[in-house]
Design a protein around this ligand. Structure first.
Ligand SMILES: N[C@@H](CCC(=O)N[C@@H](CS)C(=O)NCC(=O)O)C(=O)O
Length: 218
């Protein structure tokens, strides 16, 4: 069954939404085919529309099922491969994991637009626009709360790696790229995510990608 999986993503250097299902699938040892679409290619939209009418990546194909939207893909995976640990099992931890994942999916637009993901660059001091400090404060408060209440079983938000970590993985890379100063708990959490073998694999692939998109290199 797992070999029927096909994940369509954007540039690994820049596509934050793509990283979310990709790192979760890798972290859970799923075998899948991937197609990377260069988002600055004039044909990119047509190519994406060939996989999903929503016209955005990531897109998951599993046999004849197609799922788009990063959070919907993570939920789909949790059901399709229910023997793996996608969401925390404890109900209060799971409720928090789902709430913060939805908060990430819907929010933090100041951070997302001013500190765009670029895992190949180091841009210390850049991106500190209005609203970004508030987003950083809220995100790190979430991380401290999760680590404090639910993190005893491992280095991630709910101990073991979960979909909540996948949702926040691109933020971890942004904090590294833009050298955001973090409290000790958030820094330790970020280090754990950056040291995850799947994250290292993503960075290594991004480093050898042939494409550059100027608007994300400012
Ligand atoms: N809410 C969507 C966002 C997807 C998204 O914005 N993807 C971007 C790349 S990171 C995209 O497909 N851009 C290409 C386009 O809009 O043509 C999700 O969670 O998957």
């Amino acid at each position: 069954m797992a070999t029927d999986l096909h994940l369509v993503i954007g540039n690994k250097a820049y596509s934050s939404w793509s990283l979310r299902p990709w790192i979760a699938m890798k972290a859970h040892g799923l075998v899948f085919r991937e197609t990377v679409i260069h988002l600055d290619d004039p044909e990119a939209k047509a190519k994406i529309l060939g996989f999903s009418p929503a016209g955005k990546v990531p897109v998951l194909q599993h046999g004849d099922i197609t799922v788009w939207e990063s959070l919907a893909i993570l939920d789909y995976l949790a059901e399709a491969f229910f023997d793996r640990h996608w969401w925390p099992t404890d109900p209060s931890a799971r409720a928090m994991a789902r709430a913060i994942s939805a908060e990430m999916h819907a929010g933090f637009s100041a951070l997302r637009s001013n500190m765009t993901m670029n895992v190949r660059r180091s841009l210390p001091g850049k991106g500190r626009a209005e609203g970004v400090g508030g987003d950083i404060a809220r995100i790190t408060a979430i991380w401290r709360e999760c680590r404090g209440k639910f993190g005893a079983g491992g280095p991630y938000l709910f101990g073991a790696f979960s979909n909540a970590d996948a949702m926040f993985a691109p933020v971890v890379t942004r904090f590294k790229t833009y050298a955001v100063e973090l409290d000790a708990v958030s820094q330790a959490y970020s280090d754990a995510v950056l040291n995850h073998p799947a994250m290292k694999e993503w960075y290594a692939s991004a480093a050898v990608e042939p494409w550059v998109i100027d608007k994300y290199e400012a």
